[in-house]
Design a protein around this ligand. Structure first.
Ligand code: ATP
Length: 254
């Protein structure tokens, strides 16, 4: 489990290949349950109770006594200083990292009772540096929903602030033919195209100008999804229904 946790972090940092991101997403964790009747997060709130995570070889927990309530349809900004544990909180929700203490709960059941692949289908995750696969922009967006039409792909790109990207543009190996910002836009479009009820986003508007940021925020809000986003930028924080600060035990209402 710890190895998967480390793999997750390497992937989120863009250190590992994009294939690794997908491999991690598709790899079931052995110590988890087999239930596939996952709670419907369109209607069930999601809770993290008193979650503490310690990585091997680190004296100080990466996340300590962290509580979070995520209600269906709300947009929550996760703030806190660098290294406070924001990405780790997303990793716990996704089941990539097993808490040393505490629990993730929805509809009265603990997340670790469920088959991890079924559990993760409820989330669309856009890490800080998402890996893209080879192929075109459209191919990569369509990973969110393989049967999406070109118009649906274009709409998703528009909502993600990347209306200027041509569908048939090759992304190159590891997405290297796109800028870091463009890669994030493509990954966000992919997330928006899924039907996952919960979007977990790591600074989704980083690198965007103010106008495009505003249109992405509108796109996120109008998606009707539950959004938990790591946010540093004031416009993004202001757009959230609530702000939760990591590194402080109390919830702060925006
Ligand atoms: P940032 O805003 O800089 O992205 P963050 O709030 O998201 O930071 P995390 O990435 O969750 O913070 O990291 C929390 C702490 O845990 C940091 O001290 C980090 O170095 C450490 N950490 C994260 N992943 C691992 C890992 N796989 N192995 C060891 N330590 C880790």
């Amino acid at each position: 489990l710890r190895q998967v946790g480390m793999q997750f972090h390497a992937s989120a940092d863009g250190v590992a290949a994009s294939e690794e991101v997908f491999r991690v997403l598709e790899t079931p964790l052995p110590a988890r349950g087999e239930r596939t009747d996952v709670p419907d997060l369109r209607v069930s709130p999601l809770y993290l109770y008193d979650v503490t995570v310690s990585y091997p070889g680190r004296d100080v927990p990466a996340l300590e006594g962290f509580d979070l309530e995520l209600r269906p349809g709300e947009v929550v900004a996760l703030t806190g200083p660098s290294g406070a544990g924001k990405s780790t909180a997303l990793a716990v929700l996704l089941g990539f990292v097993e808490p040393e203490r505490g629990v993730v709960v929805a509809a009265g059941s603990a997340a670790d009772e469920f088959d991890p692949v079924a559990w993760r289908r409820q989330f669309a995750w856009v890490p800080q540096r998402p890996g893209l696969r080879l192929g075109t922009v459209a191919d990569n967006v369509r990973l969110g929903r393989p049967d999406a039409s070109d118009d649906e792909v274009r709409l998703a790109l528009l909502a993600a602030g990347a209306a200027d990207l041509l569908l048939d543009k090759p992304v190159g190996e590891q997405g290297q033919q796109l800028s870091g910002g463009q890669q994030r836009r493509v990954a966000l479009a992919r997330a928006l195209l899924t039907d996952a009820p919960v979007l977990l986003l790591d600074e989704p508007t980083a690198g965007l100008d103010a106008d495009t940021e505003a249109s992405v925020i509108t796109g996120l809000r109008s998606s009707g999804r539950t959004v938990l986003m790591v946010a540093h930028r004031p416009a993004l924080i202001a757009a959230a229904d609530r702000t939760v600060t990591v590194g402080a035990r109390e919830l702060v209402n925006a």
